[in-house]
Design a binder for this molecule. Structure first.
Ligand SMILES: NC(=O)c1ccc[n+]([C@@H]2O[C@H](COP(=O)([O-])OP(=O)(O)OC[C@H]3O[C@@H](n4cnc5c(N)ncnc54)[C@H](O)[C@@H]3O)[C@@H](O)[C@H]2O)c1
Ligand SMILES: [Zn+2]
Length: 345
């Protein structure tokens, strides 16, 4: 079962119209970026009561205070009171930032998330984490708040660029690897173009919600959602600092393979399963170029992870398929070796 405020639908316009009719908001404002305005807004436009639209430029580099000021100003110009609502129609950038703006405007008005990327549908739009980047710190300023409604419609994925779809797919793969062997078998039977998105989004959201329900503030179990992210984030930072930015999911895909190797070293994953995982992920994502002399630097970047304690890298690792463990000490040498495995597989 999905939580009450999360609906998966193939008719978002009707569901949204019904929800809004019932809520009787004083005003509705819709937040889009230039891509979701043309690709997604027409799908819901006719079902909306009188509303205004705020369009901001897409991109992580716009997820900052300056853009928030533009959004708050638009809300103020529209004279939104505390009974108004914001509809956020976009990917994770818009969801995090729009939800943050709504949650802080006049101490908080309702917001409705309509995620339009796979990453946002399967991951970012549930869990209540909202916020923006600050200087060089990612998601540095923010709050926890749940949307009034999250509307999931896989039809929006049709216009999503393939590299963005693939990036979000890494999180779906991660969810399957740590939650459900059967789901993993279903996924690996198909390439990216032939996945059953409705089922994968539903299973991803259901799993993420079940974890968060047990550990909302990431004291223990929720840490398993960071599987693939200890090495993955380090790889992402490495590419960012070498001026060669890659998408988050591309780094996480590589991280899942590397951490799979570390899980193998720690007797948590057998060799056959590791090969199965590595082969499938590489088939979909290809291989990132990681020069041998960069491997110690990448390992050192993992020391900066927020989840560490002191100078020890603590990560979550999958245990077989369908389970994960957390707060596992990972040495620099293990990370370097795991990257060598990735390189040479
Ligand atoms: N809150 C959380 O729990 C959580 C979890 C994971 C990630 N995030 C955040 O999510 C953000 C990344 O989100 P993202 O990957 O969705 O990227 P994004 O929001 O930048 O969207 C990617 C690109 O796709 C475009 N786009 C979106 N939907 C489209 C559609 N249907 N058709 C065509 N183009 C479309 C966007 O305009 C953008 O150019 C990061 O800022 C990250 O911090 C948050
Ligand atoms: Zn991630």
């Amino acid at each position: 079962m999905l939580p009450e405020n999360v609906l998966l639908t193939n008719d978002p316009a009707t569901v949204l119209a019904q929800f809004l009719a019932q809520k009787k908001y004083s005003k509705v404002i819709v937040l889009v970026d230039e891509h979701t305005k043309t690709a997604c807004y027409p799908t819901i436009e006719k079902s909306l009561p009188a509303h205004s639209v705020v369009t901001i430029q897409s991109g992580e580099e716009r997820k900052n205070l300056t853009t928030c000021e533009t959004i708050w100003q638009a809300m103020t110009d529209e004279k939104l009171d505390r009974h108004a609502a914001m509809i956020v129609l976009g990917g994770g950038v818009l969801g995090d930032m729009g939800g943050f703006c709504a949650s802080t405007y006049k101490r908080g008005i309702d917001f409705i998330l309509i995620p339009t990327t796979l990453l946002a549908q399967a991951d970012a739009s549930v869990g209540g984490k909202l916020g923006i980047d600050f200087n060089n710190f990612k998601n540095h300023i923010g709050v926890f708040k749940q949307p009034a409604l999250t509307l999931l419609y896989s039809g929006f994925l049709k216009t999503l660029p393939r590299n963005e779809l693939r990036s979000g797919f890494a999180e779906v793969v991660k969810h399957a690897l740590i939650s459900d062997k059967k789901l993993w078998d279903e996924i690996r039977a198909n390439d990216l173009e032939h996945q059953n998105w409705d089922r994968l989004i539903e299973e991803s959201v259901r799993f993420k919600c079940s974890v968060i329900e047990k550990d909302p503030f990431e004291k223990n179990l929720r840490k398993i959602l960071n599987t693939g992210h200890t090495v993955g984030h380090a790889i992402e930072s490495y590419f960012l600092s070498s001026g060669n930015k890659i998408l988050h999911g591309e780094a996480i895909a590589a991280g899942l393979i590397a951490e799979g190797w570390i899980a193998g070293r720690k007797k948590l994953l057998d060799e056959k399963l590791l090969s199965e995982i590595a082969a499938y992920i590489l088939k979909i994502f290809g291989k990132l170029p990681l020069p041998e002399n960069a491997l110690p630097d990448i390992a050192a970047l993992a020391l900066q992870d927020k989840k560490n304690k002191g100078n020890v890298v603590l990560g979550a690792l999958q245990e077989g398929i369908g389970k994960a463990v957390w707060d596992i000490e990972i040495s620099q040498e293990e990370i370097i070796e795991s990257l060598r495995f990735y390189q040479s597989y």
